[in-house]
Write a protein that binds this ligand. Structure first.
Ligand code: FES
Ligand code: FES
Length: 161
């Protein structure tokens, strides 16, 4: 076992993990952060996307020990005082989800797209989200939601902490 210290959604956690434990399993099974989901476990779908030190990563592709000493933000760390993050609100308003399974990862990736390029055009949004698969929506409304946040500038600064 390895001892790790990871700050997750603003809370410091010290835990013993097996060196082979994936970050997504640590988040879900040790910390109960089940908002981060597993869609494939083979780094294809993006459903497990979280932020590691402010940048998106597929958490099924990262070992928990690699997060030792670092900061993780999950979908559960975005809302503040019961108020949805502007990106969450935009997904709601633009009907950018159906089953919702891809949504946590899609939102975390969308925030990273805007962190890198606050004013992306439609092509750049689609390119930025290409590692996140959605089997329901056809992506149209997801792109609209991200574009609306970019236009409003509401996601500036990424995480709200
Ligand atoms: S569960 Fe991580 S990319 Fe699919
Ligand atoms: S809303 Fe169902 S997979 Fe995207």
């Amino acid at each position: 076992m390895a001892k790790i210290t990871v700050r997750v959604d603003g809370v410091e956690n010290v835990d013993d993990v097996e060196p082979r434990t994936l970050l997504v399993h640590y988040l879900r099974e040790t910390l109960g952060k089940t908002g981060t989901v597993v869609g494939c476990d083979t780094s294809n779908c993006g459903a497990c996307t979280v932020h590691l030190d402010g940048r998106s990563v597929k958490s099924c592709n990262v070992l928990a020990v690699q997060a030792d000493g670092h900061e993780v933000t999950t979908i559960e760390g975005l809302a503040e005082d019961g108020e949805l993050h502007p990106m969450q609100q935009a997904f709601h308003e633009h009907h950018a989800l159906q089953c919702g399974y891809c949504t946590p990862g899609m939102i975390m990736q969308a925030l990273d797209v805007l962190r890198e390029n606050p004013r992306p055009d439609e092509r750049e949004i689609r390119d930025g989200l290409e590692g996140n698969l959605c089997r329901c929506t056809g992506y149209q409304n997801i792109v609209k939601a991200v574009a609306s946040v970019a236009e409003s500038g509401a996601a500036a600064g990424g995480e709200r902490k």
